[in-house]
Design a protein around this ligand. Structure first.
Ligand SMILES: Nc1ncnc2c1ncn2[C@@H]1O[C@H](COP(=O)(O)OP(=O)(O)OP(=O)(O)O)[C@@H](O)[C@H]1O
Ligand SMILES: C[C@H](N)[C@H](N)CCCCCC(=O)O
Ligand SMILES: [Mg+2]
Length: 206
């Protein structure tokens, strides 16, 4: 079994949309271990709609759309990292984080700690929009200091060549492509847009 972890520089950067495209491109299985917020479509439901791939059930389904540690506390529970071991599946597993790396799972551990425990390669999803140099650089520093293997950065948004190049050069990280904002998100549209992502390089880490 080989897993790939998709993390973001922040919540709402496009991890789920990227994960849907990547899971389909790799013919993989998708897993969102901790879902906080159940009122709108969950990330797992979105991935199903956008790519029709196999998905695993979440380990934690938390009602409140907030930081996982707070959503858990709101339900009177505490997230137990020992319940979040990577599941065994046939073929590759694409695992989506929640928010950014320094999001607490409980009062002692961050998502970053769990990712380091997994010892799986990581793809960082980053916006191209203003502010991304700081967020992306800090995220890469955190991943590297935790000992995680960084596959590269996948950008989402309108092209910002100078910004993207600055991150790649100064942080010495692979550019895995840029997913544009799609006016309408459809399975075919996402699959077509994913031709701009360097799936071949990502596959080498599996
Ligand atoms: N490439 C894209 N084209 C069009 N819309 C997009 C794209 N990427 C993301 N979006 C939209 O932006 C919003 C946030 O994206 P997404 O849910 O993928 O973020 P996320 O990083 O997974 O957030 P979370 O931390 O909640 O898991 C969604 O409404 C999504 O449909
Ligand atoms: C609710 C949201 N969509 C995500 N699932 C969780 C985001 C947690 C962010 C916490 C924070 O960085 O302040
Ligand atoms: Mg998501």
């Amino acid at each position: 079994m080989s897993a790939l972890v998709i993390v973001g520089t922040d919540t709402g950067v496009g991890k789920t949309v990227f994960s849907a495209g990547l899971t389909a491109a790799l013919n993989a299985t998708y897993w969102k271990p901790v879902q906080s917020g159940l009122e709108d479509a969950t990330d797992t439901e979105t991935v199903c709609t956008l790519s029709g791939v196999d998905v695993l059930p979440e380990a934690y389904r938390l009602n409140m759309p907030a930081s996982p540690h707070l959503s858990a506390e709101d339900m009177g529970i505490e997230i137990d990292l020992s319940r979040l071991a990577l599941p065994q599946v046939d073929g590759p597993l694409v695992v989506e984080g929640a928010g950014g790396l320094m999001v607490p799972l409980n009062r002692k551990s961050y998502y970053l700690d769990l990712i380091a425990q997994w010892q799986a390669p990581v793809v960082l999803v980053a916006r191209t929009a203003l502010g991304t140099i700081n967020h992306t650089t800090l995220s890469l520093m955190a991943l590297r200091s935790a000992g995680s293997e960084v596959v590269g950065v996948a950008f989402v948004g309108d092209p910002e060549p100078d910004v993207e190049q600055t991150i790649v050069e100064m942080s010495k990280v692979r550019h895995l492509g840029r997913l544009p904002y799609l006016g309408v998100l459809t399975q075919q549209g996402l699959s077509d847009a994913f031709s701009s992502i360097d799936v071949a390089t990502i596959r080498r880490f599996l």
